[in-house]
Design a protein around this ligand. Sequence first.
Ligand SMILES: CC(C)(COP(=O)(O)OP(=O)(O)OC[C@H]1O[C@@H](n2cnc3c(N)ncnc32)[C@H](O)[C@@H]1OP(=O)(O)O)[C@@H](O)C(=O)NCCC(=O)NCCS
Length: 146
Amino acid sequence: MTVRPLTKSDVGFLTCACKDFPDAWNEEMLLSAFRAGNFYGFIAEEKTDGKITPVGFITFSMHVDTADLEDLFVEKTFRGQGIGKALIIKFIESAAKNGAKTLFLEVRESNFVAEKLYLSMGFSKLSVRKKYYFDGENAVVLKKEL
Ligand SMILES: CC(C)(COP(=O)(O)OP(=O)(O)OC[C@H]1O[C@@H](n2cnc3c(N)ncnc32)[C@H](O)[C@@H]1OP(=O)(O)O)[C@@H](O)C(=O)NCCC(=O)NCCS
């Protein structure tokens, strides 16, 4: 598995990979984020039969000395192999290099797999945002000081 920076040409993969993941950003949101100029990310790729295929991604925005994790996704058949963790490490390193002192993210209260992963990477619970998601589910806000 290799990880490379996200580019605008990855928008197709991001929207397609997440077609069953309703919280993911749509094409319009992604293109608008690219235009804003403070939007970054990484793509995880696997080589199968000599062909390089994207299998996961992480996106984040930078706001002076804070960074917000926007989306993290790994294709179902590639989960549980450390790809999510590798993408979070790249996010932390890159945000730190770009001047972030604090990282934030929101995760669904029911998303125990993702929450456990973030907690294992040094994030801690900050607060709960009531009815944050479109279906009324609460979000847990997590924070990491660098
Ligand atoms: C969350 C997600 C990105 C994790 O990706 P992943 O590549 O499977 O993660 P990793 O393989 O790096 O797993 C790291 C840790 O997550 C936890 N984890 C991963 N898969 C798990 C599973 N099926 N059950 C329980 N814990 C799991 C474990 O703590 C694991 O650490 P360990 O292997 O040392 O025990 C992936 O499940 C996903 O894309 N989910 C759908 C989208 C989503 O929920 N994104 C988060 C939005 S906030």
